[in-house]
Design a protein around this ligand. Sequence first.
Ligand code: PMV
Length: 323
Amino acid sequence: MTVSGRACGKLILAGEHAVVYGVPAVALGIDRGALAHAKELASGPCRLRVTTWSADVSERDGHELARAFHALLGSVRTDGALAPVEVEATTELPAGGGLGCSAALGVAIARAVAPDASDDDIREHAMAWERIFHGNPSGVDAAVATLGGAVQFVRQDERSVIETIAPLGSLVFAIGHSGIASSTRAMVESVARQRAERPAAVEATFDAVRAVVGGVRAALEAGDRVALGQLLDQNQAHLGTLALSTPSIELMCESAREAGALGAKLTGAGGGGCVVALADGRASAERILSAWKARSFEGFVAEIHTRGRAHAHDHAGSELAAT
Ligand code: PMV
C-alpha cells in the first residue's frame, strides 16, 4: 500500500528573522509545495528518494538529507513503532528560495509516513527535520506548510502561538527568483552576529518590524491592499538594514514597483532567494513577471483565496524550545 502526503509552500509577508527572536510573523500558504509517497518495505532501514534533487538516501547515511530523514523518523517513532518504508518525494519549490521548500518536504514526508498523526504532531516531526537543515528554525515554515492559509506565528520560549487569519478578498502576488540560492542557516547566523555586535540597533529594527507585522495583519483583515503594499516596502527596508537584501533583490523590488506592484520585498531568509510583489490583480502580476523576465529573473503568479476561517491555537511543545 502507498500512502501519500502533501504540504504547501509559503510566503512570509512580514516578520522573517525577527520571528526567530519572538516577534510575530505573518505568512501565507501557496499552492506550490511538496508531495511524498510512502511504501512499506519488507525490511529496514527506511529509504528516502527526493526525485527533484536526484537524491537517494538511507536513514543510516551520514549526508545531511539522510540525517534530517533519520531525525524525522525518530520523532515519528516516539509515538509508536514504524514499519520500514521507502519514501519518494518531489517539490515544486526552489531549494534556498525562501518559499519553505525544506519545511514543505518535511511535512509531506511526515504525512506520508504517519498518516494518522495530528497537525501538531506532523509539525513536530517536520521540526525535527528542519533543525538538521537550519539549526535554529523559528517554526513558522513548518506551521504554514502544515496548516496552509494565512497564519500569524509567534515563537515563545517553550511553545508557539499560531493564529489563522482570514484575509478579506483575494490577493495576487508575483513571485520571482533572484537567481541565487541562499542558506537560511547562514543568514540566521548573520543576524545573530549583528545582534551580538550592535544589540540596540538590531532590537530597534525588530521593534519596527513588529509594528509592520501588526499593520500587515490589520491590512489583510480589512482587505486594504494599498496599505499592505506599503507595509511590504517598509519590511523590505528593515531587512535591508540587516544586510539581508542583495543588489538583485533591490533591482527586482524596484522593477516590480515600476511595473505597478503595490509593494515588494524579499521573502524568507534573504541573501538571495525569492522576491514577493503584491500585484493589483492578475494582469498586474503578469506585467511584473514581464518586467522581471526582461531582466532575466524567472517567476510565477500565486493567487491567495481566503479559506474564511480564523481561530487561534496555543501550541505547547518542546519542539519550539528556544535554543
Ligand atoms: O528562507 P526560508 O524559507 O527558510 O525561511 C526562513 C525564515 C526565517 O525567519 C529567516 C528563519 C526562521 O527560522 O524563521
